[in-house]
Structure formats: structure tokens, C-alpha cells
Design a protein around this ligand. Structure first.
Ligand code: SF4
Ligand code: SF4
Length: 168
């Protein structure tokens, strides 16, 4: 996995920070784009919480115990543009153990700064509820998550473009 070693983690943050400070003059639109993504994630909080309340308490195989979750480059670009603080490192990667960010009452990281994979993933029990929803936020959830994913890809492309020697 990537950036599991603390030194590698620090290095990638410093590198992104450096590029953002050097190309700050070109990145205003991307700061706005990151803010828009944050707004979209925020707007899903209640529908995701509601799904969790209806499924997680009775879950026999919690995903945060089974899954190996990492921040990817797209997450880091988003978080650097968002300026809400950075995680101190990757969630722990020890196979067979619960995610190191899992606390007694669920994830200890605010949703906005979690790996997006954790927001994107809807388990089978939650997907069943979403598929059964005929109206309301749940019925549109998958589409909204896809939209956020596309915005994240665009943000990453924008970042790579401004730091590229061929970017404008
Ligand atoms: S999201 Fe699904 S798999 Fe994960 S803990 Fe909740 S019910 Fe279980
Ligand atoms: S970061 Fe949080 S939501 Fe994601 S797997 Fe770990 S505990 Fe679960």
C-alpha cells in the first residue's frame, strides 16, 4: 500500500503543499471546486447517517473491521485544497484487525476528512434500502455519490494540470 510509512506520508504532504504554494496563483478555481465537493459530501451526511442507524447496529460483519481502507492521491488533493487539517497518517493496515480509525461509537474521523472510499461504499444491506426507496434522498444517493466522484476526478486532473510544465 502507499504512504504507509510515516516518512512517506510526510513526504507526499510536503510535496503537495509545496506545489500548492508555488502554483497558488493558478489554483483559486480548484479551491472553489474542493469547497463545492465538501458541500456535496456534507449534504449527504443525514441520509448516510440514517442508513447507518437502520443497518449498522445489527451488523454481524462490520465493514470497518473487514476492510482495508487507505487515502488515495485524490483524497489528499481534495484535503489539501480544503484546508481543514490533514490526517496524521494512513489508517492502520494490519490484516485481520479493525481499521485503526474505528472507535467505540464508529469512525473517529469526521466524514469530510475520511477516505472517500468510506463514504462511497454502501454495503449490501444499505444498497437494498436504497434500491427500495422510491423517492426522497435515498433514491438519489447513488447518483449523488457518482457526481461527487466525478468532481473529485476533475479536481485531481485540475491539480495535475496546474503543476504540469504544460499546464496553463
Ligand atoms: S455499513 Fe453495512 S457492513 Fe458496514 S457496519 Fe454498517 S451494516 Fe455493517
Ligand atoms: S476510516 Fe472510518 S469509516 Fe473508514 S474504514 Fe476506517 S473506521 Fe471505517
Amino acid at each position: 500500500m502507499f504512504w504507509d510509512v510515516p516518512g512517506d506520508w510526510r513526504e507526499v504532504q510536503i510535496s503537495i503543499d509545496h506545489h500548492l504554494s508555488v502554483y497558488a496563483g493558478r489554483s483559486g478555481v480548484l479551491v472553489e471546486a474542493a469547497g463545492a465537493i465538501a458541500g456535496k459530501i456534507d449534504s449527504l451526511e443525514s441520509v448516510l447517517d440514517n442508513l447507518c442507524e437502520r443497518t449498522c447496529p445489527d451488523c454481524r460483519e462490520p465493514c470497518c473491521v473487514r476492510a482495508t481502507v487507505r487515502y488515495d492521491f485524490r483524497d489528499l488533493v481534495f484535503l489539501h485544497f480544503l484546508w481543514k487539517g490533514l490526517p496524521v497518517g494512513q489508517p492502520s493496515a494490519v490484516a485481520g484487525k479493525a481499521c485503526s480509525c474505528l472507535g467505540d461509537k464508529g469512525c473517529v474521523i469526521p466524514r469530510m476528512v475520511r477516505p472517500f472510499m468510506c463514504t462511497w461504499y454502501l454495503c449490501p444491506a444499505q444498497m437494498a434500502l436504497v434500491r427500495a426507496a422510491e423517492a426522497g434522498s435515498e433514491a438519489f444517493l447513488v447518483g449523488w455519490l457518482r457526481e461527487i466522484q466525478e468532481c473529485r476526478k476533475a479536481l485531481e486532473r485540475g491539480f495535475l494540470q496546474i503543476v504540469s510544465p504544460y499546464g496553463k
